[in-house]
Ligand binder design. Structure first.
Ligand code: FEO
Length: 400
C-alpha cells in the first residue's frame, strides 16, 4: 500500500507485513500480521522518524521518494528504538545518506552501533531536547525500559503528534491506517495481547511515565505508534487503557484461567472438574490445553484474570514440556497480584506439581491453595475432591 498522510506534512512511509505470524523468535504469535510504521516529517528540514524491518527497506525508500523525490533530501533520521523491526532499514538507508545525523538516546547509539557497526553521525538527545525543522519542532522524551533501555518518544509539538514507537502499538496488518477506519474490537484485542506479552513486567515504569507525561500538560491529538493503527479519533482511549493496565485496573474479579497439559487425559479430567467447581461458584473460566493453544492469547487472558491454575501430568518426575514452556514465559512477565494454584496427575511416581510450584516460586504469583492431584484416572471421590478444589479456589478469590 502507498503513503498515507497523517497530517498535512507528516506522512506514514511504513509497510504492512501481512505474512509475519510470529515475533521475537516465535515467542509471540502475530496471526493478524503487523505493520512497521515509519513517519516522514516534511518542513524546511525533513526528518524521518524510525525505519522498518530490514527486508522491507526498499519498500520504505520507495515511499519516501514518492513524497520527497529522493532520500538525499532527508536532513535528519530519528531512531526512537534500536530493535531490528524498526532499525533494520537503517543500514540500507544510511548507505545512501551516510552523512545525515542520527538522533537517538545514548543507549540508542550503543545499540545501533552494535547491531549495524555504522559510523554514523550520532546526535545524542535527552528528555526535553528539541530539533527545529521549520514550523515544526520535534521534542524528545526518553522512555527507558518502555520497552528497551534505548527507547524514546518523539513529540511534534506544534501539531501535538506523539510518535512513541512500540508504546500504544498492536500487531495487526490492515489496509486502513487509522482508528476511525477499523473495527476497534480487534484493535483492542491486539493492544491487550501486546501489552500483556511485552509490557506486563514494566507496569510500574509505564504508570510513572504516564504520570510524567500528564504533568507535562501537553496536548496529544494523534498517537502514531510503530505497529498497527494510528490513533487520531480517540488517542485518549489507548492512553487510558495503558493507565488501566499499568495500575491493574483491567483485572476481571471472577475470571480464572486454567492452563494445563495432559498425557493420557487424567489431568484434563481434573481440569474440567475444577472448572465445574469454579463455575458453580459463579466464576468465569477459560480452559486451555496448552499444547493446542496459542500461548500469546493465553497470556493475554491471564493478564486480565484474577486467578490462574496450572496443571500437568508427571513425566520423568517433572511437568510436561509444553506447560513448562508456558510457565517459563509467564514467569518472565512477573505476573504480580494474581492468585494461583496447581494440580496434576501421575502414574507410579509424582513430581509435576512440585516442579510447577518451584518454577513459579519467584514469579510474583501468590499461591493460595494446596495443590490437588491423583494417581492414574480420577475415581468418583477424587473427582469430587477436584470439584471442591475449584469451589475453594473461587471462595478464596471472592475473599480477596
Ligand atoms: Fe521493540 Fe517493535 O520493537
Amino acid at each position: 500500500m502507498g503513503i498515507v498522510k497523517v497530517t498535512d506534512n507528516i506522512y506514514w512511509v511504513g509497510v504492512v507485513d501481512w505474512n509475519v505470524k510470529s515475533f521475537h523468535g516465535y515467542t509471540y504469535t502475530t496471526k493478524r500480521g503487523t505493520t512497521y510504521n515509519a513517519y516522514l516529517i516534511v518542513d524546511e528540514k525533513i526528518a524521518l522518524v524510525d525505519t522498518v524491518y530490514g527486508p522491507f527497506t526498499n519498500e520504505m525508500i520507495e515511499k519516501i521518494e514518492e513524497v520527497i523525490g529522493s532520500v538525499s533530501r532527508i536532513d535528519y533520521v530519528i531512531s526512537n528504538h534500536v530493535e531490528t523491526d524498526h532499525s533494520g532499514g537503517m543500514p540500507g538507508l544510511m548507505a545512501r545518506i551516510p552523512k545525515v545525523p542520527v538522533y537517538c538516546t545514548q543507549k540508542g547509539k550503543e545499540g545501533l552501533y552494535k547491531n549495524y557497526y555504522g559510523n554514523w553521525d550520532y546526535k545524542i538527545v535527552k528528555s526535553g531536547d528539541e530539533l527545529k525543522l521549520g514550523k515544526n519542532t520535534c521534542v524528545f522524551l526518553e522512555a527507558p525500559m518502555i520497552h528497551w533501555p534505548d527507547s524514546m518518544f518523539t513529540y511534534v509539538k506544534e501539531q501535538q503528534v506523539l510518535l512513541p514507537n512500540d508504546a500504544f502499538g498492536q500487531h495487526i496488518a490492515t489496509s486502513e491506517r487509522f482508528d476511525d477506519e477499523v473495527d476497534m474490537h480487534f484493535v483492542m484485542e491486539e493492544a491487550t495481547k501486546y501489552y500483556a506479552n511485552i509490557l506486563w513486567p514494566l507496569n510500574s515504569l509505564i504508570s510513572k511515565k504516564l504520570d510524567e507525561v500528564t504533568k507535562m500538560n501537553i496536548g496529544i491529538k494523534i498517537i502514531g505508534p510503530s505497529h498497527g493503527i494510528i490513533w487520531r479519533k480517540d488517542p485518549g482511549k489507548i492512553v487510558k487503557f495503558y493507565s488501566d493496565c499499568s495500575n491493574s485496573r483491567v483485572t476481571v474479579d471472577n475470571k480464572v484461567v486454567i492452563a494445563y497439559e495432559t498425557m493420557w487425559n487424567s489431568t484434563e479430567l481434573i481440569a474440567k472438574s475444577i472448572a465445574e467447581g469454579l463455575i458453580s461458584e459463579g466464576m468465569s473460566v477459560k480452559l486451555y490445553n496448552i499444547p493446542v493453544s496459542d500461548m500469546t492469547e493465553v497470556i493475554a487472558e491471564c493478564f486480565t484474570a484474577k486467578g490462574i491454575l496450572f496443571g500437568s501430568s508427571t513425566h520423568d518426575n517433572e511437568m510436561l514440556p509444553n506447560i513448562a514452556m508456558f510457565i517459563h514465559m509467564l514467569k518472565g512477565l512477573r505476573p504480580k497480584g494474581k492468585y494461583a494454584g496447581c494440580f496434576g496427575s501421575m502414574g507410579w511416581a509424582g513430581g509435576a506439581v512440585k516442579d510447577m510450584q518451584e518454577t513459579l516460586a519467584k514469579s510474583g504469583l501468590e499461591f493460595v491453595i494446596e495443590p490437588v492431584s491423583c494417581k492414574f484416572v480420577p475415581d468418583k471421590e477424587e473427582t469430587k475432591k477436584c470439584i471442591e478444589f475449584g469451589k475453594s479456589f473461587a471462595k478464596i478469590l471472592k475473599s480477596k
